[in-house]
Structures are given as C-alpha cells and as structure tokens.
Design a protein. Structure first.
Length: 313
C-alpha cells in the first residue's frame, strides 16, 4: 500500500466526523448529551459490521488473520473507555463559566498524543512532526477562543487566556483531562493495531471499530438504561437523524482506525485537525462572513501544521 494512502483516509474521516457532529448537535437538543453520544456508537454499529463483512469478503486469499490476544484487548479497551470519558470531561469543561480555557486545553490532545505515544508505544516524533503539531495546536487554540469573554466582554481573548484566574477551577482541569483522555484513546487504538503485524490495515480498522463500538454501546447504553431509561425510547423515536449520525460516525471511526494501523497516532491526529477547518467552513457558511484577525491567524497556523505533517513523506 502506498505510503501516502493514510492522508486521504484521514481527510475522509475528518469530513465524516464534521457531518456527524452537525447531526449530533441536533440530537443533543432533543434527547440530551449522553444519549446523543450513545447514538454515535449504537446506530453506527450496523454500518461498522457491514464494512467488516465487506472487508473480509474482498480480502485476498491467504491474507493474515487477526490474533486478538490479551494485549490487543487491553489496548482496545483503553481506547474505547477513555473515548467515553474524554467526551464527558469536555462537556464538564464547557459547562463551567471559564469554558474558554477548558475547551482550549482539550485541544492540546495532539501534543498529549505525541507525549503518550512516546512513553507507551516508544514512537518518538521527528523534528518536523513536532513543528507541525505545535503550529496546528496553536491555531486550534486561537480558534477555540471566542471574541469576547463572559466575565469581561471588553477584554482581549488572549489576555483572558493568560489571566491567572482563568486557569483556576474545574474548567481548566476538565479541559486538560479531556485532551489527555482523547490522547489515550488514540494511543490505545494505535497500540491495538501494533499487536497485529502483517495484518491488512483495512481488516485491523474494520474489526477494531466493530469491537470498540460494541463495547461503548454496552457501557454507555447500560449507564443510560439504569439512570434514565426513558432516553432510550427517545433515541429510538429519533431514528432518522440518529441513523445519519451513526453512519457518519462509523465512517469516521473506520477512517481513524485504519489510519492508526498505517501511521503513528501523532501524525494521524495532527492531520485530523483539518476537521477544524471543515467545521469552521460550515459554521461560517463557507466563509461568507468576515473572519477576524485572530481567526485568520488560527486557520493559517492549522494549515501550516497540516502541510508540514504531510510533507514528511
């Protein structure tokens, strides 16, 4: 397989994730945050199973089979569980008054992926990979900060970000922890892929998505069934938009898993920040509205990071 094949896979995953997020935002208003999160896994599972069947059907004869030992299950469970925790922590950060810091710190996921991958997987990023990650993360942090702050609308966002009071409380801790959990999820999925040497990345990605989403559906679905079973009925009634969210979520997850089987997690997640540009294009109505200087700088830094990480090939 070509060395650059992971690039279009990640771009497709980021685009599918953008569509899924838009669908989930609609669901969140109808059924709540955790049920809308469950939809991503539960309704996506049939699509993931269908993709797995297609991959198995069209795999060349004699292709290496997966060996799912204890190490594989440990890495996969780490990824699945921390992905749920990451979402919950991000929601907590956004509920706090100082949500700017929480969200911005959650965007440090890429840098934390590099650190955790170095420690846990012994995958040390090169110089230009680090440059790409720093540029892209700085750009995302700039985009995460709104034009004004709720505490002082006249205060410059950068001044608010570096204010000592902003770094106190639950928002900062929850945001940093959210980024760490998202990073752990990426490292977990990459670690699971590394336990399957010689196996097709398509099969690794397809099987990983099915097993992870099954585990997440059981864990999160069980939690909601115990705490608020009526939400499950609401999810069933909203099957149309849920199907869209699930299908796009499954497509995105398939892309991430497959890319993790082909490339270090830090590179994948850095390029995955193109989702920010996709989302910004949607939220700004394809940039019909005028961008501020801060937003232009943020988009430029993200773009530079994406170009650099691709240019390493």
């Amino acid at each position: 397989m070509a060395a650059w094949a992971w690039i279009p896979i990640v771009l497709g995953a980021a685009l599918a994730q953008t569509i899924r997020n838009a669908a989930q935002r609609t669901l969140t208003a109808e059924v709540g945050t955790l049920p809308a999160t469950l939809v991503r896994f539960l309704y996506g599972l049939p699509f993931a199973v269908l993709w797995l069947l297609l991959v198995v059907q069209f795999s060349p004869p004699g292709s290496a089979a997966m060996q799912m030992g204890a190490a594989y299950w440990a890495w996969l469970t780490l990824g699945a569980v921390t992905q749920i925790l990451a979402t919950a922590l991000l929601l907590l950060a956004m509920k706090e008054r100082n949500f700017v810091i929480g969200v911005a710190l959650a965007k440090t996921e890429v840098l934390q992926v590099a650190l955790l991958a170095t420690v846990l997987l012994l995958e040390v990023p090169g110089f230009w990979a680090v440059v790409a990650m720093v540029c892209a993360t700085a750009g995302v942090v700039l985009l995460a900060m709104p034009q004004n702050t709720s505490q002082n609308p006249s205060q410059n966002p950068l001044q608010a970000f570096w204010s000592p009071s902003a770094w106190q409380g639950k928002a900062a801790l929850a945001g940093l922890a959210s980024g760490a959990c998202f990073a752990l999820a990426s490292v977990g999925y990459r670690g699971a892929a590394l336990t399957q040497p010689g196996v097709s990345p398509w099969l690794i990605g397809a099987m990983g998505v099915v097993l992870a989403q099954l585990l997440q559906s059981v864990l999160l679905g069980g939690w909601i069934a115990v705490r608020d079973p009526g939400k499950l009925i609401q999810i069933a009634r909203a099957w149309r938009i849920s199907t869209v969210a699930g299908a796009m979520g499954a497509l995105a997850s398939i892309g991430w898993f497959t890319a993790f089987a082909m490339r270090p997690a830090a590179d994948v997640k850095t390029l995955g920040l193109i989702e920010v540009i996709f989302s910004y294009a949607v939220s700004r109505k394809m940039f019909d509205e005028k961008l501020s200087g801060k937003e232009r700088l943020g988009l430029l830094l993200v773009s530079v990071g994406l170009v650099v990480v691709c240019a390493q090939l």
